[in-house]
Design a protein around this ligand. Structure first.
Ligand SMILES: [Zn+2]
Length: 444
């Protein structure tokens, strides 16, 4: 048997990696993994936001198959109980299964811990490096800072204090760093023996982008002061819903590439530690992302329930499986059965995706949220986005218009009708699969 590690990076778009042809050297370590396996050039997420995308990536189902949401956050869909997660077939085959993440969209409450022997849900490493223990010092510091900020908010002191602080030191990351995630994962991994499936989710590339200054300088080749860097990070985060207030696309891209460089360094560090522990050679390592981020391609920044390629086109690199580039269409929904198959486990019937994306000609994405259903279909040459509830269609000819700028739905009535039929058929098939799973789980 072989071990399998799945590394997922929040908000990492495919076209910013070296192995996908990016002009900056942002990902030397991921590129090295890619050189020892396969780069899937046409991998697409099933949604442009974390909550829905992970229903496919870890949950193995299409997002529209989930019809319930957590009671504490109506934006978080729940992975239904009667479906497996990516860990389930590995556990069934006798693997140790470990998962580490810090994203509230992916918590036990959302149904993602199924199949995992150890599921670490949003904590920092404790003194011995393991997970599962909240870092109270961090919490206290944050509380104290919040209390001070509350006291001076609204007074002339506040902007002055913020400006002085920005001149003095880097901003604190809002996320647990990839290095800390690696420490927790490896500490727990080394406690046991035998074959394992390990999933680690990194938040370093998610907004707010807060890179070390040296990483910004390295990727952009431009000098920048700490104050200016902090202001840029803040400006983007504060104006996520007012992109018109953010004007500096090039500098934003510099920030984004700098956080990618830092993440990639952590991946390199993980690889080094796996080699030192003699766990590298017999281990398949997949690297992918739940969605990308947009930089004004369609007017916005960040990510959400939108279906253009800047959000859906994700990197997928699998070290230890095949070699070179694979240009076939691949949906993240195909990843759970594909990784199981790579480890010699037949899990095709556990999931809605196809092992190795075998025979896939198009990728269906979509969401069902707040009474609104959206379906998109991506083929090698076209993109169809249908807001089913409002019956609004966008249709793009990707050969002539890879940026999806000109909606030709009105001029392409026959093609749109064909795509609409395929979308209807897809929704019907997902519903049938959902009902089958419910019935099967009742019969068990
Ligand atoms: Zn995400």
């Amino acid at each position: 048997m072989v071990n399998v590690i799945l590394l997922t990076v929040d908000s990492l778009r495919a076209d910013h990696l070296g192995c996908y042809g990016y002009h900056r050297n942002t990902t030397p370590n991921i590129d090295k993994l890619a050189s020892e396996g396969t780069v899937y050039t046409n991998a697409f997420a099933q949604a442009g936001n974390t909550a829905c995308s992970f229903l496919s990536l870890i949950g193995g189902i299409y997002p529209i198959a989930s019809d319930s949401f957590t009671d504490y956050e109506p934006f978080y869909p729940v992975h239904p109980d009667h479906f497996s997660t990516i860990a389930t077939p590995f556990k069934g085959a006798g693997y140790r299964t470990l998962g580490f993440h810090t994203n509230p969209n992916l918590s036990t409450h959302c149904g993602y811990s199924k199949g995992f022997d150890l599921f670490s849900d949003g904590f920092r490493p404790s003194d011995d490096g393991s997970g599962g223990q909240a870092d109270h010092r961090y919490g206290r510091k944050k509380k104290l800072r919040a209390r001070i900020e509350r006291k001076i908010a609204g007074t002339p002191l506040f902007p002055l204090a913020t400006a002085v602080r920005d001149m003095m030191r880097p901003l604190n990351s809002l996320h647990v760093t990839a290095d800390d995630m690696n420490t927790m994962a490896l500490t727990e991994l080394k406690k046991g023996e035998g074959d394992f499936f390990l999933w680690v989710h990194y938040m370093d590339v998610h907004v707010p982008y807060i890179p070390p200054r040296k990483d910004y300088v390295e990727v952009t080749g431009e000098r920048i002061g700490q104050y200016r860097l902090n202001r840029l990070s803040r400006s983007m985060y504060d104006n996520l819903h007012h992109p018109d207030r953010i004007k500096r696309r090039e500098e934003l891209l510099g920030l984004y590439d700098a956080v990618i460089l830092g993440l990639d360094r952590a991946v390199g560090s993980l690889v080094r530690q796996l080699k030192e522990a003699d766990l590298y050679d017999d281990t398949i390592i997949a690297v992918t992302a739940d969605h990308g981020d947009e930089f004004f391609e369609h007017g916005g920044v960040g990510h959400g329930l939108r279906f253009h390629d800047e959000l859906l086109h994700v990197p997928l690199v699998i070290k230890g499986v095949g070699s070179g580039k694979d240009d076939r269409m691949f949906g993240l929904v195909d990843l759970p059965p594909t990784l199981a198959k790579a480890a010699g486990i037949d899990a095709a019937s556990d999931f809605m995706g196809l092992p190795d994306a075998e025979g896939r000609k198009m990728v269906f994405s979509g969401s069902r949220h707040k009474g609104e259903t959206i379906i998109s279909i991506r083929t090698a040459k076209a993109k169809f986005i249908w807001n089913v509830t409002a019956d609004m269609v966008e249709f793009f000819d990707l050969e002539k218009d890879p940026g999806e700028k000109v909606n030709i739905a009105r001029k392409s009535k026959d093609a749109v009708e064909t795509f609409r039929e395929m979308a209807n058929l897809h929704m019907q098939q997902v519903e049938e699969a959902r009902i089958r799973a419910v019935v099967d789980s009742g019969l068990k």
